[in-house]
Design a protein around this ligand. Structure first.
Ligand code: HEC
Length: 100
């Protein structure tokens, strides 16, 4: 019985471990506004870059979107962000975009 609770505790700790801390979340949301917004719009309905609104992202996988953000798209204006964002942070940003 008690070991089951311990296991549950460990699992839930892991599930939240890749969430950025609240201060970093704020930084990431600012980045979305100021850096991504300059090309994707604010709200990100599209501009130089395509729309990042939930209804558009619904058809696209996390893997595809993470790759686009981490590595950029060669030959387009989309720059790579992997020097500024970890994969976990990128995944968190996509989660925010999906629920806006
Ligand atoms: C200098 C302009 C520019 C900036 C800044 C920029 N993007 Fe982009 N982004 C683009 C362009 C242009 C594309 C389309 C690339 C293509 O044709 O495949 C794109 C594509 C994407 C895609 C892929 C969308 C799809 O449907 O395949 C995602 C996701 C994305 N950007 C997210 C971001 C995020 C998040 C940021 C900020 C961290 C950001 N972009 C900043 C120009 C930009």
């Amino acid at each position: 019985m008690s070991s089951r609770w311990l296991l549950l505790g460990l699992l839930s700790t892991c599930a939240f471990a890749d969430q950025p801390n609240p201060q970093r979340q704020q930084e990431l949301l600012n980045m979305l506004k100021h850096d991504c917004g300059s090309c994707h719009g604010l709200p990100p309905k599209g501009g130089l870059g395509p729309s990042l609104m939930p209804e558009v992202l619904a058809d696209k996988s996390d893997a595809l979107l993470i790759d686009a953000i981490q590595n950029g798209r060669t030959g387009t204006a989309m720059p790579p962000w992997k020097n500024f964002l970890t994969v976990d942070e990128t995944a968190w940003l996509i989660q925010q975009l999906r629920k806006r």
